[in-house]
Structures are given as C-alpha cells and as structure tokens.
Write a protein that binds this ligand. Structure first.
Ligand code: KG4
Ligand code: ZN
Length: 338
C-alpha cells in the first residue's frame, strides 16, 4: 500500500511517499527557517504563504524521488491538526485536491499520532529493527507538547501524563533566546551544551518525585532567567555551562518519568518521538538508562524526530479506518484532540 503523506502544521513544508507504513521511498522537506529567523520565532502569516508557494513542488519532488506517479498511489494522508490554522489548511487543501482528482481515499492524521508512528518507520540507523512491540510507553516531546503515552496497540493509546505549562521544546526555545542563540533554539542549545559542564549549576527538576506522570518546565526556564540576571558579568563566558546544566535538568526529568511509567505499566519498550527527541543528550541518556533496565529503547533517526511527512503516512497506514475520512469532509482542525 503506497501512501502520499503531507505535513504543513507549522513551518516545514513536507511530503513523503511511504510503502506499507514502513518503507520510506521519499521524504522531502522545505524548511522555512530563513524566513522566520529575523523575527525570532514562527510568524503564522509567513508560514502559511510559504507553504502555499512550496507545497506543490515538494509533493512533485517526493513522487519523483520515489520514482512513482499519482497513478501508483493508494491514498493520501495529511496532518489535519493540531497546528497553525493557516498552515494546516494549505496541506489539507492540497491533499483534498489530489484525493478528488485521483479518486483516492483520504486520511486525516493527528500530528502527534504522526510523531508516535515515526517509531514504526524502517530505521536506517538500525537496519532490521522491528516496529515497537505492544504495549509500550512513548514520550512525545515537541515544540507544543510533552506527553507520556501508554500505547496498547496502534489503534489504542492513552495519554497518561502531560506538561502542566511549557512543553520541553518551548523551554529549549525560550532558554535559547535568553542565551541569545537565535531561532530555531533547540538545536543551537544542544550544540552549545556539548561544550559545557552539566553539573555547573543546579537547576530545578520540577515534579521529579511527585508520583504523577506530568511535567512542568516553566519554573526551570524562570530559574535560568534569574540565574542569567544575577550573573550578567560572566553570563556570556559561562553560557555553555548554563546550557548544559539546563539540558541536564530537562533530560533528567524526561528520562526518570518515562522509565518510571515503563515500570509502573510493566512494559518492555520505551520510545521517543517529536523534535526534542533529536536532542543528543536525551538520546544518549535514554539509551543508557533504558538498556541498563533491560528495556528496548526506540529512537527514530533525526529526520523522523522533527516534523516530516513520512510519519504522517505511517500513522495513516497503521491507524487505517480510524484515520480515514470522506474526501469532501477533510478539513483542518487546529485543536485536533488526541
Ligand atoms: O516536533 P517538532 O519538529 O515540531 C512540533 O511539532 O513542535 O519540534 C520542534 C521542537 C522545537 O522546540 C525545537 O527547538 C526542538 O523541537 N528541537 C530540539 C532539537 N531539535 C529540535 N530541542 C533540543 N535539542 C535538539 N537537538
Ligand atoms: Zn511536530
């Protein structure tokens, strides 16, 4: 089964061709970073306009790289939400047009399901790795979400914990801004932290031992801000230490809560998903701690952690009828609930 995936929920225009929910024949992405950089964040109007300009070419390129045509497709999957309304609507309109014109079934995919199902794609970093074995715990850490999911099966999953304030990615972006690292902040902070001492400063690990599966990162962000305000003289010099110490606090909490959930739910596998799972410290730490407890630790390759369309096609394949909608009813839903 050959699916075209389309993803335009935020500021990346993406299209992919995926076979049987696992084999990625093409995964194309047009980044808009250069257009948003000078504003220090994503500007919704610019994002929407750039999607409209790029989406046609990105889809054509995905098909051509896959060596397939519209005639070869068995369906079109698109992110319907959550996301920016003006961005979502561009991908949805493109998907709807293709589905109508080629008489194909359409799949409305929840963006967060997409991140989760990135773990089902063939992983070029780990040839031969099988899809996750149910049940498992998935930590979704993106720019807008930090959710712990108990995955019973591809059709059944439940949020067991979430952030009570900022998402992990949001905290990365805000702290990156405090450190003057520009946009996008997460990857820049990750790189800077690699040169710093993670034990230099003791930043708070909120809700670490509260017994819940929830997260909170706004206190940590504020602690970093107070720290920088109080140490203006050596702040620049020690920026790498601040970055590394902040990152250690985030990673400690993410790993501890995920592993505790795995223990409580008695699962043998934990999986990471979402943009922050591209973080080098989180990847290393989760692998180390998970393996030490005898768990399978699944981490998608970098290109499938951050926003992409291959994960959207995978989610449509595995969710099947649960994601399928009549073509005429396909619509953007910025608040698409899990
Ligand atoms: O999943 P994603 O690409 O888009 C959303 O659905 O939000 O996640 C984007 C988030 C941003 O906050 C970005 O700063 C963060 O993921 N991110 C990272 C890294 N790469 C992306 N955070 C920390 N370290 C990274 N290497
Ligand atoms: Zn995302």
């Amino acid at each position: 089964m050959l699916l075209l995936g389309i993803e335009t929920s935020c500021d990346d225009t993406a299209a992919a061709v995926v076979q049987d929910g696992r084999k990625v024949l093409a995964n194309v992405l047009a980044s808009q970073d250069e257009f948003h950089r000078e504003y220090g964040g994503v500007v919704p109007e610019i994002a929407s306009r750039r999607h409209a300009e790029a989406v046609g070419a990105v889809i054509e390129q995905a098909l051509s790289r896959a060596g397939r045509s519209y005639d070869d497709l068995d369906g079109v999957a698109v992110t319907a939400g959550p996301g920016l309304a003006g961005s979502l609507v561009v991908g949805v309109a493109a998907a709807q047009a293709i589905a109508f014109a080629c008489d194909l079934p359409a799949y409305a995919v929840n963006h967060l399901h997409g991140h989760l199902f990135a773990n089902y794609l063939e992983n070029p970093d780990a040839p031969g790795q099988r899809p996750p074995r149910d049940p498992f715990i998935c930590l979704i850490v993106s720019g807008g979400h930090t959710d712990l999911i108990y995955v019973e099966s591809a059709a059944q999953h439940r949020i067991i914990g979430r952030t009570r304030d900022d998402a992990a990615g949001e905290a990365y972006d805000k702290v990156a801004r405090l450190l003057g690292l520009g946009f996008p902040g997460g990857p820049a902070l990750d790189a800077l932290a690699q040169r710093g001492d993670s034990s230099a400063f003791d930043f708070p690990r909120s809700l670490l031992d509260d017994g819940s599966h929830d997260f909170s990162f706004s206190g940590l962000k504020t602690a970093v801000r107070y720290h920088l305000d109080a140490h203006t003289a050596d702040a620049t010099e020690r920026a790498a230490d601040v970055a590394a110490s902040f990152q250690a606090a985030v990673v400690d909490v993410l790993c501890a809560k995920t592993l505790r959930a795995a223990e409580e739910f008695g699962v043998g596998t934990v999986a990471l998903a979402g943009g922050v799972s591209a973080n080098s410290a989180l990847r290393t730490r989760m692998r180390e701690l998970g393996s030490a407890r005898g768990l399978d630790v699944l981490i998608p390759p970098l290109a499938y952690c951050t926003d992409n369309a291959a994960m959207i096609a995978a989610a449509a394949y595995y969710r099947g009828e649960l994601a399928r909608v009549p073509v005429a009813k396909l619509h953007a839903d910025p608040n698409f609930a899990w």
